[in-house]
Write a new protein. Structure first.
Length: 168
């Protein structure tokens, strides 16, 4: 799929088939995430792949907008490592870029939805405890991944009133 077509047709997938994501597809998603731009090329990210149903099913207990994890075969948690972060708070942007790269790569055969984690303290703590994460690692965003059972139609969001030229 061409890059622009991928961007323009991407939608969040929240209804998944139960069949697993192949190891090849998972590797493609992780490579896409790590290919993202980051400030000073610091790449402060780590990725936790969650495919144990017992773990996935516990997440909606503290993340009420993540109910689809009761049915999704997999999720990827994008985290930032404090030891790799610069003094400036660019880690959120770095991890967000990685998250979007994964979502776009998922258009090639699977589907996914971005589930916000940081800065919601309950979600951050819930994931840190559930996934036994070291204190230096902060969860930023979670991506539910799987083969779509239902994909929303592409939608046009172009809004010329949001464009400003040379000044506000
Ligand atoms: C920072 C962020 C947090 C989000 N959190 C959630 C979430 O917790 N649950 C969910 O179902 N969708 C979540 N979404 C997905 C948005 O609802 C979705 O992207 C938006 O409605 C636009 O729809 P589309 O992705 O199909 O184009 C999140 C998206 C972003 C960027």
């Amino acid at each position: 799929m061409e890059a622009l077509e991928t961007i323009m047709t991407r939608r969040s997938v929240r209804d998944f088939r139960s069949d697993p994501v192949s190891e090849a597809d998972l590797q493609t998603l992780l490579k896409a995430g790590m290919q993202a731009p980051s400030a000073k090329n610091e790449r402060p990210w780590h990725f936790i792949v969650i495919d144990d149903p017992d773990v996935l099913h516990k997440i909606p207990d503290f993340h009420r907008n993540a109910q689809m994890l009761k049915y999704a075969p997999m999720a990827i948690l994008v985290c930032s490592d404090r030891k790799l972060e610069s003094k400036r708070a660019t880690w959120i942007q770095d991890c967000s870029a990685a998250t979007e790269n994964i979502l776009l790569a998922a258009m090639d055969g699977v589907g996914g939805v971005w589930l916000g984690v940081f800065p919601d303290a309950v979600r951050v703590k819930g994931l840190q405890e559930l996934l036994i994460m070291p204190a230096d690692i902060r969860p930023v965003s979670l991506i539910a991944v799987g083969h779509p059972a239902l994909t929303p139609e592409p939608t046009n969001r172009f809004d010329p009133t949001r464009i400003h030229k040379n000044r506000w």
